[in-house]
Every structure is written in C-alpha cells, then in structure tokens.
Design a protein around this ligand. Structure first.
Ligand code: ADP
Ligand code: MG
Length: 560
C-alpha cells in the first residue's frame, strides 16, 4: 500500500502524450489497415476510382494509389509510412502504388494476432525479413527476359506491359491505342534518362482518340504581338534560333541616368536605342534562322520586323519547352546574338503552327536527334485529362523500366500466388515458430489476387482455391485471375505482364514498412511542437485550448 502512495516520477513535461507497448503496436496496425481499406477498391482493371474533394474546391478523380494517398493528407504517424512507401514506389518504378500499400497492410494484419498473443515483434520482423528476401529472389528467378529480341518484337512486348498498367485506369478502354503511343514515345528518348524530354500537353475537348504523338516538340502558342499574323506558319527544314534574351525596344533611361546639356542630343539617344534593337534583330536575321524562339519577351517591333522578313518568332517560351526544343533540334540556347554561328542553330523537318481543339500549337516534328517526344492528350473534362496524364505517366515509367531491366513477370496475381506457394513450401522446412510467421507472410501475398477478384465482383474464395490448386500442381506458375470471365487463366499467355522491378520493389518496400511499423512500440507527442502547429493552423485560442485538452486526455488514456 505504501508503495502506491509514492509520488509519481515525472520524466516528460506536462501535456506530453505517450502510449506504449503492445497496445501501441496493435493500434498502429489498425491505423494502417484502415488506410489500406481506403485504396483497396482501386486495385486492378475493375478497380473503382476515388473522387477527392479538397477544401479549396478542387476535385481530383484518380485510381493511382500514390495520388490518392497524397491527397488524403493522412496525419496518423504510423500510417504516414504507408503514404511514404506509395510515394517512393511511384518515383522509383512508377506503378504498383496500390499494390505496395495493400501488401504492407496485409503483412501487418497477419502479424496482429501474434502480437496480441504476446509474440515479440522482433521474432516476427526477423521472419518477415527472411521471407521478403526469399520472395524477391524467387521473383528474380521466375522473371522472363525480353532481351535479345528484334525491335518490332520488343515494341509489342513493351506495349503489353504498358497495356497492363493502363488496363486499371480510366483510359483503360483505349489501352492499345495509348500503349503503342507510349512505347513509341519512350523509344524515341530511349537513350536518355531525362524524363522531362518527354512532354505531355493537355488540351481539353475532343475525344481520347484525338490524342496524338509528336516525334519532337509541341507547345501551346505563346503570347504574340501585332504583326504575328503576317508571319508564315509553316516551314520545311527551317533553321531554328533559340535565345534567352529580350528582343524589345528598351528605353535606356531606365537602365542609366543620362544628362543632356543640349535638347538636340536627345534625338541621338533615341536613335541609339533603336539602333541597339535593330542591330540585334539584324543579327538574328543574318544567322539564317527562319524560326526565332526566346525564353524572354519578343516585343511588337521585333515581331513586325521578323514578319517583314518571313521569319516566325515566339517569345516567352517556357524554359522546359525551350530545353526540349534545344535537345530535339540540336540547337543551343544563346544568351547573346553576337556571333551566332551555324552550329548553334537547330533544325527540324517540319515546323508548323496548328490548331488543336481551340488552342494553337507550335509543333516541331522530324527532329534530327530524335531525343524528344510530346504526347498531346485530348479528352473531355479537366479531371479526366488530369487522370489520363497520371495514367500515361505510370505507363511511361513502366515501359522505361521494362526497357532497362527487360524482365517481366505474369500479373493478375499469378506471380503473387506462385511466391506464396513457394514460401509455404519453404516454411515447412523451418523448425520453430518462425514457420508460422513465414506462412503468414505467404498468406498475405494472396491479398493481390483476392482483391482483384473482390473488385471485379467475383467469388474470391472460389477463385483463390482454383489458383492454389493450379499452382500446387506445379504447372500453373503463370495462372492468375481472369478478369473477363471470373475464372483463372494463364496471365502470361494473355499478355498481362508487369516488369519484374514493380513486384520486387513492392515486396521490398512493403516488407520494410511492415517491419518498421512493428518495431515501433511507443509514440510520443511533444506538446510544444504540436501547439505550435495548432497555433499556426487554428489561431492562438484554439491552439491553447487544444493543447490543454490533449494534455488531460493524454494522461487519462495513458496506455491506449
Ligand atoms: P497499382 O497502383 O498497384 O499499379 P493497379 O490498379 O494498376 O494498381 O492494379 C495493378 C494490378 O492489376 C496488378 O496486380 C496487375 O497484375 C493487375 N492487372 C492489370 N491488368 C490485368 C488484367 N487484364 N487481368 C488481370 N489482372 C490485371
Ligand atoms: Mg497500376
């Protein structure tokens, strides 16, 4: 009794909220499960889309795991890890973002009963790491290489990968159309790592089928001055001059102070100003260029001057677009018009200003270095086109990955089932409780085919049983969910292919995230940093009130 009367030892400052131990692990697992539940239904070709509506009134429709997770603005500290792995999957491989979240959550879900029964998280973590390692080795072993094929063959193989990615998206109905477009675009820049050489321009209106690929650069017509109408709008093999200077009549009095003693001298100043600009323009014309682009403004005087000499010009071209033109046409951006030699001029087969929807576009096609490509996307609503762009981005990344690593695995849950089977078999050789954990890991992998079935409205238990049986028979390694009939089918033969890196990265990241979350047994909320945030967000009053509440609540609910 007396020991209970001892004063409490206070280590952390007033208002600090801690919770720890097994309950904390379980509560983190629950949080992650509910995050996964939010993106669960988007998986696969029959997955649904999410409409996210933010407080600024913007709406986004998306099927992309990473985009959804980003827009959800999750605040739970453990669940944020899932957001991070989705993001990293997106930047590393570009696809499989829903997959990675589902896998991580499923690993955790399988771990939960053990944690509740008092298994130490570290036993689980160790087994999970081993299982993850084995799984990845197995994926590598099962992957089929597409190396050494002819270009035509390779193209069709890559298109298959792109089509698999696109099949789960809003533009899935036109996946063949877009898949071949994406492959052509990626092959155009194959030797370059700079993704920004591949532009996607969105022009609302029209139908998806009106989208097209420019083997070169396209950008929206920039702001133009009077005189522009008289410039020619089409050239065959023109020389192109790229500038980073202003071609405008500058009043020198803004740059320097000029003192005049005689009013007559004023004319000479004005003349000098005109001479400067005319000199610049003259040099542009002398260079032999038929097209002059500048990142900075090209004024009305210059526009008219060029128009009189049948030269096309565009000012205020976006940096990115100018770089792309430079890369495509082989020109270099100049910061001065003095001494413009032929080598710095670019060229292309055709330049044209063309109407696309209700926008005018400058299009450079048939570029010599062939290092760039631009996809002009058409389609109805803004949200639709935005999502189409994200989907194409996924497909582009996938094709690039497939091209680089050139190994593919069968999708539709086939590879997941096969690894699951392999791990189950392996588990039997393990003595001790690790056997259970590896088995659970194997079971968790089945979440992919199960979710594909659930989302398509199939009987998941039935399909999974068929799949297990097929895979166990030893000949069905490529069998996955048949999304069209609700049965099982050879995914490889049906060309449902994914680059092996997608799976390898997903399993790796999901395992790591699961282990990380399992290893956290205490979360400490520091009241100071919290109230600072609260103040910023909701004003001082609300911040103080909130902190007070949290302080009390926190101590009351100590071990929750
Ligand atoms: P993620 O964001 O993880 O890429 P997706 O919604 O793109 O999620 O779904 C990918 C899953 O859908 C993969 O497991 C892939 O194998 C599967 N999938 C794609 N196309 C098909 C198809 N035609 N038939 C069966 N499964 C498919
Ligand atoms: Mg995908």
């Amino acid at each position: 009794m007396s020991s209970m009367m001892q004063p409490q030892i206070i280590l952390l400052k007033e208002g600090t909220d801690t919770s720890q131990g097994r309950a904390q692990v379980v509560s983190n697992i629950n949080a992650c499960t509910s995050v996964a539940d939010m993106v669960r239904t988007t998986l696969g070709p029959r997955g649904m889309d999410k409409l996210i509506h933010d407080d600024k009134g913007g709406t986004t429709i998306s099927n992309d795991g990473a985009t959804i997770m980003r827009l959800l603005e999750i605040v739970h500290p453990a669940a944020k890890i899932l957001v991070d792995i989705a993001k990293s999957q997106d930047s590393e491989v570009g696809d499989g973002t829903t997959t990675v979240v589902l896998l991580a959550a499923e690993f955790l879900k399988e771990a939960k009963p053990y944690i509740e029964d008092g298994v130490h998280p570290h036993s689980l973590i160790r087994s999970y790491r081993t299982a993850g390692h084995l799984a990845i080795e197995k994926v590598k072993e099962l992957a089929t290489s597409i190396e050494g094929k002819s270009l035509e063959e390779k193209k069709s193989l890559l298109a298959k990968c792109a089509a698999t990615t696109l099949s789960s998206k809003l533009i899935g109905g036109e996946k063949e159309f877009f898949a071949s477009m994406v492959v052509d675009a990626v092959l155009a820049i194959s030797n370059d790592d700079r993704l920004n050489l591949l532009g996607i321009k969105k022009v609302p209106g029209g139908t998806m089928r009106d989208s097209f690929l420019v083997n070169g650069v396209a950008f929206k017509k920039t702001f133009s001055y009077a005189g522009f109408e008289q410039q020619p709008k089409k050239f065959l093999s023109p020389k192109i001059l790229l500038l980073n200077i202003e071609l405008e009549l500058k009043s020198e009095k803004e740059n320097a102070e000029i003192r005049l003693s005689d009013p007559l001298q004023y004319q000479s100043i004005v003349d000098a100003e005109w001479n400067i600009i005319y000199d610049k323009l003259d040099k542009c014309v002398k260079s032999g260029a038929k097209i002059v682009l500048s990142r900075l403004a090209i004024g009305d005087l210059a526009t008219q001057y060029f128009a009189d000499r049948d030269i096309f010009c565009a000012g205020r071209v976006a940096e990115e677009d100018l770089q792309r033109v430079a890369a495509a046409t082989g020109g270099t951006v100049q910061t001065s018009v003095n001494n413009v030699i032929d080598e710095v001029l670019g060229s292309c087969e055709v330049f044209e200003e063309r109407q696309v929807g209700n926008e005018r576009f400058n299009i450079f096609s048939g570029c010599p270095s062939g290092q760039t490509a631009t996809i002009v996307l058409r389609g109805g609503a803004d949200q639709f086109i935005e999502e189409a762009e994200r989907s194409l981005h996924d497909a582009i990344m996938i094709v690039r990955r497939a091209l680089k690593n050139s190994t593919v695995v069968p999708g539709g849950g086939a590879i997941d089932m096969e690894i699951s089977k392999y791990l189950r078999q392996h588990a039997r050789t393990i003595a001790g409780k690790s056997q259970f954990f590896v088995n659970s890991f194997a079971k968790a992998l089945e979440v992919i085919p199960r979710q594909l079935c659930d989302n398509a409205g199939f009987d998941a238990t039935d399909v999974l049983n068929k799949l297990r049986q097929k895979h166990a028979s030893g000949e069905g390694a490529n069998y996955g969910v048949d999304i069209n009939t609700g049965g099982i089918a050879d995914s490889f033969a049906n060309f449902v292919w994914e680059p092996a890196v997608v799976k390898i990265n997903a399993i790796n990241a999901a395992t790591e995230a699961a282990c990380l979350i399992l290893s956290v047994d205490e979360t400490v909320k520091n009241p100071k940093s919290e109230s600072a945030q609260g103040d910023a967000a909701a004003g001082a009053m609300a911040g103080r009130g909130g902190a007070g509440m949290r302080g009390r609540g926190g101590r009351g609910m100590r071990r929750r």
